[in-house]
Write a protein that binds this ligand. Sequence first.
Ligand code: GLU
Length: 464
Amino acid sequence: MTDRPVRVRFAPSPTGYFHVGGTRTALYNWVLARQQGGAFILRIEDTDEERNREEWVEGIYDAMRWVGLDWDELYRQSERKALYEAAAQQLEASGRAYWCECTRDDVDARAKERGGPPGYDGFCRDRGLRRGEGRALRFRTPDEGTTVVHDLIRGDVEFDNATIDDPVIVRSTGVPIFVLANVVDDADMRISHVIRSEEHLPTTPKHILLWEALGHGEPPLYAHPPVVVNEKRQKLSKRRDPVALELYRDEGYLPDVMLNYLALIGWSPPDHRERFTVEEMVREFSLDAVGKSPGFFDVKKLRAFNADSIRALPVDEFVAAVEPFAARLSWADRFDLERFRTVAPLVQERIEVLTEAAPMVDFLFLDEPEIDETSWAKTMNTDAISVLDAAATAWESIAWVPETIGEATLGIAEQLGVSRKKAQAPVRVAITGRTVGPPLWESLEILGRDVALARLRAARAKLG
Ligand code: GLU
């Protein structure tokens, strides 16, 4: 470990939706800060004006708030350009950076001619060019020796300096490149641990070399958690995979479940249990225990976690969690929270994501059930006519509580000599519109006898 005060940062570039992999990176940083009494910094890396959008920045704030990863300090690189400019000048003055006028085509053409690997060949290194139109600033990396990344997860990873091209650090447009701004800020913000995805490991030697060239001394400690992959073992991609945290929020995953599940992609507590709270993670987390191999983002497993957690919620919390989802339904004006509360425990047992909750019991709120055609076709045969008639008669005079409703309805099966399933299915479809749903007798009680009878008759009439 380090004796510097723990100061970590999460440094997203606002170029798209907030990625689940990014959420995990943010979480590991946040947990370490909270555990060590350190600071968790949110740094928006928005120097690339062409790729950034303000709405993505808002998306980052929203997503972080949703999962409860609160930050102690907030910076935006777009407001700190003077610092990067000063660092670039310092490197130029000390001979560690030089201006280069090669275009990408020049660089590629020479590589082709050499027959060697692609990359910059140092063409302008000693040409003594000045800053000017079309010229980019490059960092002069050493030709000899090695740069070692002391990685808390991977151990020492060694890079041969000769294989490290001189990277552009200021574009010809004057925009500082990611690696420069990143290093300048890590130094300025006195970052103790850089925890970021494995994808960045190949460029980390450049970060270290720049850090040293800028005279900052001992670099921060590094930790590169493994990439997150899909079921085909491909790195999760924005185009191919559902990676946006917002997607999971909008489908009705619980934020604590997201954090628990994402933490597990790469880390588990010493006793290897799979379910834990954020507080437990703060107590038990350690970077040494983060694995090296790619972590599989298994949506099925996440869903199962979510279902378990929904089931375990106190009813009031469950109802409160469903409310915003109900507000987005096409029939939101018909939804009634108090009525929903009466069936909530039954719904809670049967769903995996919160978006499923209100639609499962829509028939309690709508004037008429929304008839699912497949369910209707499957159940409303000739037997159904006698079942519906018998139910209408039986329900007239019984006590309207689940037990007697159930007895009376199943009694019809005996009376007509059909299976219990055959007796129940048409009734369920007449009442709820579907063959599957919450327990029928309880639902009927809540719906009330009059409405229930009206629905039986309506279905009966439709059957002719
Ligand atoms: N802006 C970089 C990214 O979004 C951050 C890399 C880092 O954490 O150093 O990937």
